[in-house]
Design a protein around this ligand. Sequence first.
Ligand code: URA
Ligand code: URA
Length: 194
Amino acid sequence: MTELISLQEEALQCTKCQLAKSRNKLVFGEGNENAGIFIIGEAPGYDEDRQGRPFVGKSGQLLDKILAACGFKRQEHIYIGNILKCRPPGNRNPSPEEAASCMPYLLKQIELVDPKIIILLGASALKHMIGPDLRITKIRGQWIEHNGRLFMPVYHPSALLRNPALKKETWEDYKNVVMKYRELVDKGHHCEYV
Ligand code: URA
Ligand code: URA
């Protein structure tokens, strides 16, 4: 049993916050346990809560398309998880207490996967991983070094679905990720657009 699997077993038993009662399935996270890229979202939505897997709804489908354009496959190049493992009712924002209870699981996942690059999807991931004072609209596309790790904040795919005009600058951010991936992980990484 890998350490990630035993951590998942532990999370499945978790009752540290009230979401354990209202959720349908816990969404631990998944992907390559040795991935060069770790992607962090906010929390499971309706589809994720049904299926127990991260980013399987509309946002996830858009994310998969963007990753494919970068030459990245979820199971090969990526590990993906959320700030919260359980769905907040009605997709409200994580409360500070929920985030505080749940973050240790994510921090341990990051330690175990030990990625070279961490992509922060949207305002919640940015706030909880880096700090509350940064604005996603201001900082997106800029590399951040924090606690010895390298982060790229980008718009959440749900923001792109609401406002497709944001796709153009977001694609520049992902192109940046591809170049950094070549620099830090695999210089032969194939991407037909970059
Ligand atoms: N949005 C997120 O932030 N995470 C998911 O897993 C799905 C949608
Ligand atoms: N607001 C958000 O919450 N996330 C984004 O990615 C953009 C705007």
